[in-house]
Design a protein around this ligand. Sequence first.
Ligand code: LLP
Length: 422
Amino acid sequence: MTDQFPVREGIRHCEGVALPAIAAAAGTPVYVYSLAAMRAQARAMHAALGPLGDPLIGFAVKANPNIAVLTALAAAGMGADVVSGGEYARARAAGVAPDRIVFSGVGKTAGEMRQALEGGLAQFNLESLPEAEMLSEVAVAMGVTAPVAWRINPDVEAGSHAKISTGAAHNKFGIPIGDAPAACAKVRDLPGLELKGLAVHIGSQLTSLAPLEQAFGRLGEMIARLRSEGHQISTADLGGGLGLHYDPSLPPPPSIADYGAMVARATQGWDVRLIFEPGRLIVGNAGVLLTEVIRVKESGEARFVILDAGMNDLLRPSLYDAWHAIEPVTPDGEQMVADVVGPVCETGDTFAFGREMGRLAAGDLAVIRTAGAYAATMAGTYNSRPLAPEVLVDGDKWAVIRPRRDLESYLAEEQVPEWLSR
Ligand code: LLP
């Protein structure tokens, strides 16, 4: 895949735009996204999976829910995988057709069910019997039929970080695969529900195809069994999860083409419409977090590069010990070793320990790579730091797609009750 953040004439760019120009106009920290990079990934996904019938490739909105990003991906042929009323509303606002939206998630509320049934959707992926009962009641009250699939838990260890592995028996997700026949019988008995198929998603940032293939194998066996019991199975949702190459010192994860070949093998003869829910893979490498070095602090043996981006802007290193490349915007060819930290008052506000990287000094700009997925979307305002803006680049033009919130707007929305004396 072409790197859309190359250094040209000593200056790092996003596509045709020099990053210092964006920093000067939008301030730092700022998330910068390459339209070409996300389009290329969407194209690669369609190229790899398109030949398998007419699959629905729904972008997992949670990875990057900005409406401009969703609009670009919808135009590139992607549907949406949503897990909340908020994500559903975003997908619709971005022009995703209702029949290209899958509603996942373990805690859908009656209000969210109503919202999606009113607006329309491809299917709800159900995760428990009480959820099926609630959806049945909601659908009956509305006088509609809700299309559903059962998300099964295949009891497969995904081999990813424990906090983002979802397919083991002890995880909260899906129903035990052995319960699928009874669950499908239940759907047949409940009014207002129509069974479409099965779904599986075993985790995120997977770097091996083996657990996926194992999960898909179990899904395929269950589809055959359900059909033998008289159920019509017309969809199989294979989730997302394919990982990215964050750390170049580790072997690269399987390619999209390898993934496509494995899926073709695993799903041969299933005779269903396949659904996919990729998130990270589509947008991860399309984004960077552009940040300025506030100062370099030498302290005993240690050297800290202190950025103006913090754990509130990119939680992944702190939450999952995730490794993100950190690179100067104007590299001078020299290297340094440092801990790279943010300004937040927690030791966990550390992006990298003892990192060997291009030299950075106070006032320099740097990028934290692979920040197009699970970065802005997981940001918070801890330490009263306003959410950073988002910028989208297309060739040599760029636009702010979410402005920086000014401090006053945060202060203005909080209210001191009258009865609290000042
Ligand atoms: N489908 C379902 C049902 C999911 O729960 C997820 C991700 C996806 C699809 C998309 O997975 P992807 O293709 O992006 O791996 N915040 C974590 C990742 C959490 C993923 C949650 N579910 C991180 O920063 O690594």
